[in-house]
Ligand binder design. Structure first.
Ligand SMILES: Cc1ncc(COP(=O)(O)O)c(C=O)c1O
Length: 372
């Protein structure tokens, strides 16, 4: 029986030939040619003016927060359930991460919770398009505009998602994507920052490369070195040319899981929003309370059947990385704590086969006592 992989990319001869071209020809005056092409086309696809590729998405977030002037004493609101990278840049800058609750339907940040947490120190909100789901951006944009708070979109997991006709990546002053090897489009490690404002773009470009502009070896500030590598960009560019196929594969996985589990009562998969599209980077499953099953038990029982799965993101405030946060947030972010405790991620590698989805779904039915 072939083992099932949690995550992994779909690399074809197309990617190999483009990367080979970068290896052979992407040097000298061409040393950033794929970086430039990828940035430009990825930005245009998302209806943004500027794209800035970075070594990963974590650095893209850090770059944007730095360019926005976030610093010690400022507060930035982000959802409890996300990968720690969403908030890492806030801490790098010695600002304060403030964790808000999530919405029980889409599992993304809940704008009502955001509103309650706004103080005079709040400078930004980072919304996360979790697993390809998207939050209620109509309300969120209105809230941030009303309070003059900068909105940032962490679309690391949402390539291919669309909210009411607008692609993930078009919300807020800037958005970020991840091309980590587990992502729908991959460069192994890689990220992209998308912007519309020219001044912010200039500032981010300056911060990305040691605070220099114009004259050779002449630096105005000590900043970062967050430059991408052309071969990494060539892989991203080639994957991006196959975006419809790659997103289609992920969406088909969600569909296969849904078809097989539709009859099972009280379990929930990524919602497909009205008038929108879920890029379905990961299919996540929440066990309803009636099953009395927490994520650790579910993962263990599935593993006994050689079925891999992963935990739904832990509430950030519950992690040792944020000492003392749990006592402050657990009582106010109850939905995040509850949903996270009952959620798992299902396998979603590009080589996942239909008969493996059968096996996974039969395993899920078995652990909750449904006959299959
Ligand atoms: C929501 C979210 N934000 C940010 C990141 C960071 O991406 P990277 O690993 O490219 O730094 C990830 C990556 O998994 C993510 O899922």
């Amino acid at each position: 029986m072939k083992s099932i992989h949690m995550a992994g990319p779909w690399i074809t001869d197309h990617e190999i030939s483009i990367v080979e071209d970068a290896m052979r020809n992407g040097w000298y005056e061409n040393r950033y040619d794929y970086v430039e092409k990828f940035q430009k086309e990825f930005a245009a696809y998302h209806d943004r003016k500027y794209g800035i590729m970075t070594p990963n998405c974590t650095t893209a977030i850090h770059l944007l927060l730095t360019a926005l002037g976030i610093s010690e004493g400022d507060e930035v609101i982000l959802p409890e359930c996300t990968w720690i990278a969403t908030g890492a840049g806030i801490s790098y800058l010695r600002a304060t991460p403030v964790f808000c609750d999530i919405d029980s339907e889409n599992w993304c940040l809940d704008h009502h919770s955001v509103e309650k947490l706004i103080t005079s120190k709040t400078k930004a909100v980072i919304a996360v398009d979790l697993y390809g789901n998207m939050p209620n951006y109509d309300e969120l944009v209105e809230l941030c505009t009303h309070h003059k708070i900068t909105l940032i979109e962490d679309a690391a997991e949402a390539v291919g998602s669309i909210y009411k006709g607008t692609r993930a990546g078009k919300f807020g002053v800037g958005s970020v994507f991840s091309f980590h090897s587990t992502k729908t489009i991959t460069t192994g490690e890689g990220g992209m920052l998308l912007l519309d404002d020219e001044q912010l773009f200039e500032r981010c470009m300056f911060l990305r490369d040691h605070g220099r502009k114009g004259a050779m070896y002449y630096n105005y500030e000590v900043t970062y070195k967050y430059m991408p590598f052309n071969i990494q960009a060539a892989l991203g560019y080639a994957q991006f040319q196959r975006i419809d196929a790659l997103v289609g594969l992920k969406r088909n996985q969600l569909k296969m899981y849904r078809e097989r589990l539709i009859e099972v009562e009280d379990i929930y998969l990524n919602p497909e929003p009205d008038g929108g599209v879920n890029g379905a980077w990961i299919t996540a499953l929440i066990f309803g309370r009636s099953h009395k099953l927490n994520k650790d038990d579910a993962i263990k029982k599935l593993a006994e059947m050689d079925i891999p799965s992963r935990p739904f993101f832990y509430p950030l405030s519950s992690l040792p990385a944020y000492p003392n946060a749990k006592s402050k947030y657990e009582s106010i972010n109850q939905i995040a704590y509850d949903i996270s405790s009952r959620g798992i991620n299902l396998p979603g590698s590009a080589i996942l086969k239909e008969n493996q989805v059968d096996r996974i779904c039969n395993g899920i039915k078995k652990i909750i006592g449904v006959n299959c």
